[in-house]
Write a protein that binds this ligand. Sequence first.
Ligand code: PAF
Length: 290
Amino acid sequence: MELVHDIASLRAQLARWQQAGKRWGLIPTMGNLHAGHLSLVRLAQAEVDCVVVSIFVNPLQFGEDEDFAQYPRTLAADCDALRRLGCDLVFCPDVSELYPAQGRQTRLQADPQLASRFEGALRPGHFDGVVTVVAKLFNLVQPHLAVFGQKDYQQLCVIQAMVADLNWPIELLRGPIARDTDGLALSSRNQYLDARQRKIAPQLYQVLQDLAHNLTQPLQPLTDASPALCWQQLQADATEKLLALGFDAVDYIAWVDQERLTEVTVAEQPSVLLVVARLGTTRLLDNLEL
Ligand code: PAF
């Protein structure tokens, strides 16, 4: 496995693959890799000849009061895990390599309808930062396919929209959420949880599953109200339950369609439940497709 930090070395390696007629895939990451990331590498390996993993903690997608400086950086351990897996190339640039203009660079704007809600409403500018760096990585690596995890569901939708809007000939694969044995969705931020919070955390998935189960029951018999009102009741009950279980806040629980993330009120169309709850300052994201 090769580790490169600069664009020239990345391009040199890609040119060799191009000459050898290889197809390659990209998995963009911010490092601190866990089993979820590694499952994305395996997905790509099943489809293409070579796999590039980028490791870059992207300052553009962090707000001023967010954890950019503290975000865990574990390059040696990440490279060991990737090497064991048979990854071909790791691209790990410095901030100055990707953003030499130091803040004056061109930025992309994510689809405003998709990006202004949920995570985008709570983290203004976040998705513009994500699409800007992903666009740069796509331009630099020119992959045949790219893999993103389904845990960041809204991110996946925003990137899918960008690829369609900008006509990139890149196939996007979705990696299913990897979970710990107790159901907690794997995330680099889980390590911020203390022992008490870690015990509470898996119940987020439990509540999500109960909610999904209730939504697939006929809603009408619950009350005489419309399905939308019944959803509001289920949503309020789930919020109350999470708070009773020890979560400190519930940022949102939403029931939306799988592509445009607009609210749905009937269980017939493909939909997804999105939930974000906080334990202390740690935000836990989860989702479940129906
Ligand atoms: O999901 C992530 O780790 C990041 O948002 C991504 C896609 C690597 C862009 O920085």
